[in-house]
Ligand binder design. Sequence first.
Ligand code: GBH
Length: 446
Amino acid sequence: RTAPDARLGLRFPDGFGWGAATSAYQIEGAAKDDGRGESVWDTFSHTPGRVRGGDTGDVAADHYHRYVEDLDLMKDLGLATYRFSISWPRIQADGTGAPNQRGLDFYRRLVDGLHDRGIAPMATLFHWDLPQSLQDIGGWESRDVAYRFADYAEAIFEALGPSVPVWLTINEPKTVVQNGYLQGHHAPGLREPDAAYLVAHHLQLAHGLAVRALRATGSASRIGPALNLHPCYPADDAPGAAEATQLYDGYENRLYLDSIFKGAYPADVLADLGPESRMVRGIRDGDLAIISSPVDLLAVQYYTPIYVTGDGGTVRKWPTSEASWQQIFPDGMYDILTRVTRDYGDVPLTVTENGLPTPDRLAGDGTVDDIGRIAFLRDHMAAAHRAISDGVPLESYHVWSLMDNFEWNEGYEQRWGLIYIDFPTQRRIPKRSAHWYRRVIADNSV
Ligand code: GBH
């Protein structure tokens, strides 16, 4: 085998769901259309020095206006499932009160357009674009915001409930905690460790309240969390590396998984935070019962492993992509999928994000050759296939991302899409990886 687009001959189970993913702030643009309010990412991206090149999501890939063309591109790829997120400030400009009909109408048109093309919608309720008005009253540090989220979820379920078969609650609570409140690279841009884990608790609470809100409508749709999980490995045999890895895993994975699937936060993490931490003091009787409300599936997002040293630091072992935080390690996909099945039972799994940025260029002949993306996706799909063969109940897989988009603090420089966006003209050009993926989907095999 020489060419990355050569076939491995790995056939997936009949009906396996091949998909692609996006999120509202990263693709929609139309920041002021139809009564949309401001989110923390509008504030953050418009603050000088926060995003590379001063980029913002004001226009992004203009998907809000071009969604019909984008739906046709999805159909052309042969997608079985499309994961997108709903912009809270389009539905409630200030994060509270009666839903904005024009905002709901956009998602109604999108969902209908997916059904018309035989594509199953998978909708995330929250992919980081918190209404700024709610940040002004404390954001996720405020317990009340979890209840505001439940009201928002209820309004969405009432408007769209039955036509969306799979709901995801909160995208990557860990990223809000770590990047929004520890490192400050994401909105709201804070560096407050004590606040960060209280935020984690309130995000988990919000997740559980949304699960209950869906059940209260009597909907037959399924719902679950969307967690970015990191397999953690000791960097070496140094004394303490294994122990440090265990605690690291607690903060990366078990904090979120155990609270949902076991109804308890991991004891080692709670002990490390300490009884006086704002999080531990913020946990009330009954919260864990809400957080562990039974879910129908677990959405896993896998990008990179983490190697932990004896002093609790991290090192790189594998080549990185254009994103310096990402080490390319396909076996990590196998490890994380088999691990969640082993530790949390046979809850159905979906991979809702996996991908990498590549240095894509629009060539003179109008093509985009992203052969590195093909190799990456092929190797990760092969690892997912191996996990399925070993009994993991994986039902679908979504490439991050359907199209190039606003990559948060990195702006538009990193290109993650199967479809190239020429941002000055908003022209869409399926990359070589898109043509490759179309064949994978058609053959149900890599
Ligand atoms: C996902 O996050 C997101 O869900 C998605 O929106 C995003 O576009 C995609 O992956 C690609 O990044 O600035 O060095 O502190 C993946 C987890 C968390 C990885 C934040 C990058 C920032 C690293 N991401 N992290 S740094």
